[in-house]
Each structure stands twice: as C-alpha cells, then as structure tokens.
Design a protein around this ligand. Structure first.
Ligand code: SF4
Length: 254
C-alpha cells in the first residue's frame, strides 16, 4: 500500500545564536530539545511525539490500491505481494471486469486468471490464491468478505497482514497493525520495535501504539518507508522524524 499524502520534508534544525546581551549558553536545536530520549525509546511522550509528527507529515495517508468493495481490496492486497501497488492497479480493472464477483472468479479457467495477473509476478501461486479465496468467500461466507480477523485468515492467500489491511481499510476496524516490509524496517529504526519477525513486531507495536492510531500509523510508515526512510541510505536530511530518531542507519544528524 501507499498513501496519497503530501510529503512535507523536515528541515534541518538551526541552533539560535544567543543575543549579545544575554549570558552565553550552549545552543540546542529547538526540535531536538523536545525529543524526550532520556526515558528510553518507548517513553510515552516520545511515542506521542512520533505519532504527532507522522500525523502532521502524512495527514491524508491512505491505501493506494484501487478497489470498489472489500472483495476487490482483498484480491488486490493478495496480488500486491512482491509487487507495486501501481502494477496491481493496472491489472485489477480488467480482472474485475471479466470476473466481477467471487462466484465468477471461483469457476474461471485458471489459465485465464494467470494471463490477467501475469505482470504482478508469481502469477501461478497468486492465481491459485485468489481463486481459492473466491471459492472460500462464495461458499463459506455467502459471497461477502468476513469482518473478523479469525475468519479472514481462513481465506487462501490472506495471512494476518492481508487480513489487517482489509479490516482497517475496507471496514475501519483496528484488530492489528499492518506490518509490511516498510513498517517492519522503519518501526525498528525508530526503536518502536526490535523483534526479528513481522508477527512479533506487530505484537510490539500493538503494545506501544494506541489502538486509535493503528490504521493510520501503518499507512504513514509505509509512505515514510517508501519516500524517506528507504532501505538503503535513508534520506535522514529530509526526515521530519530525524530529531526523534537514534537509528544506527542514520545518514545525517541535525
Ligand atoms: S532519521 Fe533517517 S533512519 Fe531515522 S526515521 Fe528518518 S529517515 Fe529513517
């Protein structure tokens, strides 16, 4: 997923020079002075400062996959594995034009599905997954995508991350935190989590981030990870979280 948010870049904090008449004192960058690092990375005020900055930087962050229903979002999310959202958005209009409902996709020739989604990569497995999902939704859920995590993860191709996307984006339900490769990397760099698996990082984030932020937080971190906190050579100089970040990967310090 991506967000449509405008990326406001952070500015290098500039220490103010004391006035000549005032006693000399050590210059401190204003934003750094607000960073409450003294109480550790999970100090509530530090977490709140990160969330506030993310809200300010990415106020309109949202899913960039195109969909018209929970079913279409479910399929698009399955197809987005190891693939860009933009690429998925190129193939789904024709896929849903040919097979609009789960019952139709469930009985479609598998070769035809593969041809329609080929450019998203791993198309043999993805075709099997979305046809399996279509059968499950059509036969066990009356053609409607279920609205609980427990039910969603019984659908072929829909593991916990996909289930969280569908619940959060299509139904506005925060049952977990979406942890994709960007959320995984950025939340560890920001020391909001330190585990080595997405499942455990999600559990850590659910403890640290207030529930009413779970949905937006994921979108914001995905956007931040794609635009600024990229995997190699993060663009710390333009990062609005820079004064709150102590990552060893930092490429620039204010
Ligand atoms: S300062 Fe650098 S490493 Fe830290 S969150 Fe920003 S871009 Fe990522």
């Amino acid at each position: 997923m991506t967000a449509k948010a405008t990326n406001k870049t952070g500015k290098k904090a500039v220490a103010k020079r004391p006035a000549a008449a005032q006693p000399a004192r050590k210059a401190v960058a204003p934003s750094a002075a607000k960073a409450p690092a003294a109480r550790g990375p999970l100090a509530p005020e530090r977490v709140a400062a990160i969330l506030k900055t993310l809200d300010e930087t990415y106020p309109d962050a949202e899913c960039a996959l195109h969909y018209r229903s929970p079913w279409e979002l479910l399929v698009a999310t399955i197809l987005s594995a190891q693939c860009t959202d933009a690429r998925v958005n190129m193939v789904t209009p024709e896929l849903f034009r040919r097979f609009p409902a789960p019952a139709e996709l469930a009985t479609a020739p598998i070769g035809e599905i593969e041809d329609l989604i080929r450019t998203t990569g791993f198309f043999h497995n993805k075709a099997k997954s979305i046809q399996g999902a279509a059968k499950k939704v059509a036969e066990d859920f009356g053609g409607k995508v279920p609205q609980t995590l427990a039910e969603l993860i019984t659908i072929p191709g829909a593991a916990r991350k996909t289930a969280n996307v569908v619940l959060g984006v299509a139904f506005g339900k925060a049952e977990g935190v979406v942890v994709d490769t960007h959320v995984f990397r950025v939340s560890r760099r920001l020391e909001l989590a330190k585990a080595d698996t997405p499942q455990e990082v999600e559990r850590e984030l659910m403890r640290v981030v207030p529930r009413d932020h779970w949905i937006a937080f994921s979108h914001q971190l995905i956007y931040h990870g794609r635009q600024v906190c990229v995997a190699r050579s993060p663009r710390c100089r333009m990062c609005s979280l820079e004064t709150l970040c102590n990552s060893k990967d930092k490429t620039w310090y204010s």
